[in-house]
Each structure stands twice: as C-alpha cells, then as structure tokens.
Design a protein around this ligand. Structure first.
Ligand code: GLP
Length: 244
C-alpha cells in the first residue's frame, strides 16, 4: 500500500480522474467499480469532463456500483444509484449493458449478490476500484466486524453509518441495511484507490494507516493490498505520523 497526499481536494480529484482516464485508455474493456458519496463527486465530474472532451473510447468499459442502501429506490436523490447515473453514467452516455448496480429494491437480494459476483467473474475481475471511507472505517458497506473474505453481501448498517448517512437525503430516511461488494473483491481488484478529504476524516485515516489490520476498522485491509493507494488531501492526512 502507498499513501499519496495532495495539497487540496481539487488536486486530489484531478489525480483520481487522471487514473480513471488512463485505466480505460490503456484497457478499453476495463471494469471500474465506483463508490458514491461526497468524496468521489469532484473526481467523477473531472473524469467525465476529460473523457468527453478528449473523446475517450468508453463504450467497451464496464462500470459497477460499489454499494446501495437497501430499500431506497433509484429515484431517491440519496441513493447511490441516483449519484452514479447523474454524475457519471448519463453524462458519459453509457449503454445499459455497461452498467451493473445492485437493485436494492429486489425481493431476493441474494440473487442481486450472486449476479454481481458473476458479472465480476465473467468480466475477468475488477481493474480499478475507487472507494471512500466511512467515519467508522467502513468501505462500501463493509461495516466493522465484516469478514474480509466476503464477496457481495447484505449487511446490517452500523449506528454511525445510519446517522452519517442522513446527509445524503433531503428528508429523514429510515436506513437499516446495505448491499455491497465485499472485501474479498477489493483484495482481488488490480488497483484500489481509497480517497478521503477534509479534517473530519483525519482521525479514521490515521487509524486506517497506523492501526493493526483488523475487521474492527475494515479499511485497514488496504494495508495488505499490493496495489492499494490511499489518496488524501492535506487536511485528511493531518493526523498521520508522517515520520513513519
Ligand atoms: C457511505 C458509503 C460509502 C462511502 C462512505 C463515505 O456510507 N456507503 O461507499 O464511501 O460512506 O462517504 P463520503 O464520501 O460521503 O464521506
């Protein structure tokens, strides 16, 4: 694992966008897995602009959604679905066959998990995963105590996630479960970028980088990924012991 620090959110976002662009330019059939949330907003916007301005050949790439709130419909502004379609998929003009998201409204969520696992396998694995980090150290909805060997799964949300998650919704929303790509998939991914910005993430980032690897802080799994990069702005890096 490597840690990279950028002066601010804008330069961090530009660097992430460039990696997304390069990944698809070098491998037009690349499989890209994207988190939603506030952190990936500018990286995704910059990527879309660059891809469109420079006519990136994107019609063979596959895009996966990392996670979704169970029971929140796609038209809800707070859903991951809404974020990804509005920020990335629609502005890029992707075809339906290039996009695979969990349908968190499905009656049988286990089929959603199996389907996602099959999509990943049938496409030869994930080339690039871009994830954020929750205030409790989750990645996607891989909450504290999750198994590191999970593939796609449904999980009870942690209290912190339910509270913090309200920030995405226009009105108070009942959240109890999430459906997510698991950490075994993260470990199998060719390159993983964990991105964080702002001082509010400084403590969990310091713990992610400096604590022992443990499922109490799921993001510590990044320490064991050979091609894992933690990309931070200056504020999010402010509590790391930079001597080490
Ligand atoms: C959410 C999502 C994650 C996201 C994380 C951080 O709950 N499940 O996929 O990366 O929390 O979100 P943000 O970037 O808004 O801080």
């Amino acid at each position: 694992m490597e840690t990279k620090i950028y002066p601010d959110y804008e330069t961090l976002s530009a660097a992430v966008a460039q990696i997304m662009f390069d990944t698809i330019q070098q491998k037009p059939t690349a499989v890209i897995c994207l988190a939603s949330g506030h952190t990936p907003l500018l990286p995704c916007q910059l990527f879309v602009k660059k891809a469109n301005d420079e006519h990136l050949h994107i019609s063979e790439a596959t895009f996966l959604g990392l996670d979704e709130w169970v029971g929140v419909p796609p038209e809800n502004e707070g859903s991951c679905h809404y974020f990804l379609y509005n920020t990335v998929f629609n502005p890029l003009g992707l075809q339906a066959g290039q996009i695979h998201l969990f349908n968190s409204m499905a009656d049988d969520l286990s089929i959603e998990c199996i389907t996602m696992d099959e999509v990943i396998e049938n496409n030869g694995g994930i080339d690039l995963m871009i994830v954020g980090i929750g205030m409790n150290g989750h990645i996607g909805f891989n909450e504290p105590e999750v198994s590191f060997t999970n593939l796609s799964h449904v999980i009870e949300l942690d209290k912190t996630t339910i509270e913090v998650g309200q920030k995405y919704f226009p009105a108070a929303t009942t959240l109890s479960k999430g459906i997510t790509i698991g950490l075994q998939h993260l470990m199998n991914t060719k390159q993983v970028l964990l991105i964080a910005n702002g001082e509010k993430k400084a403590t969990i980032i310091q713990q992610t980088i400096e604590s022992e690897v443990s499922n109490q802080i799921p993001a510590t799994i990044m320490q064991t990924h050979k091609h894992g990069v933690i990309m931070l702005d200056d504020a999010a890096s402010s509590k790391i012991n930079k001597i080490n």
